[in-house]
Design a protein around this ligand. Structure first.
Ligand code: COA
Length: 185
């Protein structure tokens, strides 16, 4: 499957030119993980994780770059992973690393494309996402796309020295198909 497009953004392969920029974003925990666990990584292991992700459905590595279609600007990156050892579903994640580009709806378009892609490339029925209850921007993306808030996991995530509650969002294949038609452009 080639790059996928919404009106303003596309999901593109993480090419050599993007890798360093994405890694630099990863060096700023308050940019990539203000509401999340953060682990530092060496550039070499970051590159290795990008390489191995294609064959590892549980990999947390970025899988696609988000680019602005009008001029190719690198906006961020997204990933997906099998989230549970027994249950069969995929969680998605997303970062708008270009902080100055936030708030324009690019994150929402990119996550929509990502979920389209997960469904197109897998057999799974459920796609989910989790976010810290204080991560209002992230929750807003999921709600604008129509995912349902299925519950709140109490004290499920440790970051910034404390345990945090996490909202669990999800959609099903049939529901997503309804949400995405016929308004797609
Ligand atoms: C979360 C993130 C991806 C949002 O990207 P974005 O491109 O700005 O998202 P969008 O513009 O598509 O939508 C964001 C929505 O949240 C709203 N929002 C963002 N921060 C907010 C806040 N602090 N309070 C209230 N609303 C907020 C925006 O107004 C917008 O809603 P609207 O369209 O109804 O106005 C970006 O902030 C980011 O990369 N954050 C760090 C990484 C992260 O937290 N990723 C998610 C992990 S679960």
């Amino acid at each position: 499957m080639g790059p996928q497009r919404s009106p303003r953004v596309e999901l593109a392969p993480i090419d050599p030119g993007s890798r360093e920029r994405i890694f630099r974003w990863y060096q700023d925990p308050e940019l990539v993980a203000p509401f999340d666990r953060y682990e530092t990584e060496q550039y070499t292991s970051f590159l290795e994780s990008l390489e191995s992700a294609a064959n590892d459905p549980r990999s947390l590595a970025p899988r696609y770059a988000i680019r602005k279609r009008s001029d190719g600007t690198l906006l961020g990156c997204v990933g997906h992973y099998f989230a549970h050892p027994v249950l069969e579903y995929v969680d998605v994640w997303y970062v708008l690393g270009a902080r100055e580009e936030r708030g324009h709806g690019y994150g929402t378009e990119a996550v929509g494309l990502l979920i389209d892609r997960v469904y197109a490339e897998s057999h799974i029925e459920r796609v989910g996402a989790t976010c810290d209850v204080d991560n209002v921007g992230s929750a807003r993306i999921l709600e604008k796309l129509g995912l349902r808030r299925e519950g709140t996991l109490r004290s499920a995530l440790f970051h910034h020295g404390a345990w945090h509650d996490v909202h669990e969002y999800g959609t099903t294949r049939a529901e997503w198909s309804r949400l995405r038609s016929p308004a797609r452009s």
